[in-house]
Write a protein that binds this ligand. Structure first.
Ligand code: NAP
Length: 284
């Protein structure tokens, strides 16, 4: 029997996940179908339980339900625990299993496709929302030497770091490498600058010094689009030689979810290329 999966969110029409997982299934020969579940803002738990009770095997969870999925899942992975959010639910004999694959997706895109070894690097993340929280643990585990979280509202970055250090099992190993601050106190000499703000949605330029970007080996925008994103354009204009958007992270976090569900890791490079071409064709 064909196993059923879906992405659940609100809105969800824009999600590329059905297209990505259909490609993974074809490539690996796994017998599954993957759809979209648009649910009302107050209807998450009911929709998840209905899907599970009807035989559904797993869900990807997108905005705004990741914290709710975290609270609902009876069992959770360590990386979901650290992220405080669940983007992958698996339903099996033992019940619901909640995981978070966003951070692993970012690290795999950086170290694999982009060939940027993270060990010993200084990394600056701009933004202190859910996406940043999801990638903190995996970046530290990858051996970065310094991880600075800078946010428009400095208190949020400081709070995020404090909470991580209070709750994470790997806090002791992270304490002297992790710092929260405002954009103006981000320091310099960062090898990698990651945009994890939602400013890209409005095409806004970030109020940061050009020097932060000019000196970096790579500027990485978690946001992705058919055309060059505002952050990629800002980084290149500031003198950064290499900049890219977050389409690769999207494909890698999906591959990690596929592995959680099926025990098989699909090849991501051909799917990334196909999606990039699909986006370009849509933009005309
Ligand atoms: P979020 O929780 O809503 O956090 C938004 C963050 O953006 C906050 O730190 C906020 O700062 C900052 N911000 C918003 N507008 C800004 C502006 N004009 N200038 C400076 N800072 C601004 O959002 P999120 O869930 O973390 O998502 C962040 C981004 O990551 C989104 O673009 C999302 O699409 C992307 N993402 C991509 C992937 C992928 O697979 N590629 C996965 C996850 C997320 P304040 O605290 O000051 O308000």
């Amino acid at each position: 029997m064909t196993d059923r999966y879906a992405v659940i969110g609100n809105p969800v029409a824009h999600s590329r996940s059905p297209s990505i997982h259909a490609r993974f299934a074809k490539q690996t020969g796994e017998d599954l179908e993957y759809g979209r579940l648009l649910v009302p803002l107050d209807g998450f738990v009911e929709a998840v339980e209905r899907f599970r009770d009807a035989g559904g095997r797993g869900l990807n969870v997108t905005l705004p339900f990741k914290p709710e999925a975290f609270a609902w899942a009876a069992r959770r992975s360590e990386r979901a625990q650290v992220a405080g959010a669940v983007n992958t639910l698996r339903f099996d004999r033992e019940g619901a299993w909640g995981d978070n694959t966003d951070g692993a997706g970012l690290v795999r895109d950086l170290e694999g496709r982009l060939e940027l070894a993270l060990a010993g690097r200084s990394v600056l993340i701009l933004g202190a929302g859910g996406a940043t929280r999801g990638v903190l643990g995996p970046l530290l585990d990858a051996g970065v030497a310094r991880l600075t979280i800078a946010n428009r509202t400095p208190g949020r970055a400081i709070e995020l770091v404090d909470e991580f250090l209070r709750t994470s099992a790997s806090a002791a190993a992270a304490a002297d490498r992790l710092r929260g601050c405002g954009f103006d106190d981000a320091g310099d000499g960062h090898d990698l600058v990651v945009n994890a703000t939602s400013a890209g949605l409005a095409g806004d330029r970030l109020p940061i010094a050009d020097a932060l970007l000019a000196g970096a080996v790579l500027a990485y925008d978690m946001f992705y689009a058919a055309r060059e994103t505002a952050f990629v354009a800002q980084a290149l204009a500031a003198g950064c030689r290499r900049a890219c958007d977050g389409l690769g992270m999207l494909v890698e976090q999906a591959a990690e979810s596929f592995l959680v569900w099926r025990g098989v890791r699909p090849l991501t490079a051909p799917v990334y290329e196909a999606l990039r071409a699909e986006l370009a064709a849509e933009a005309g």
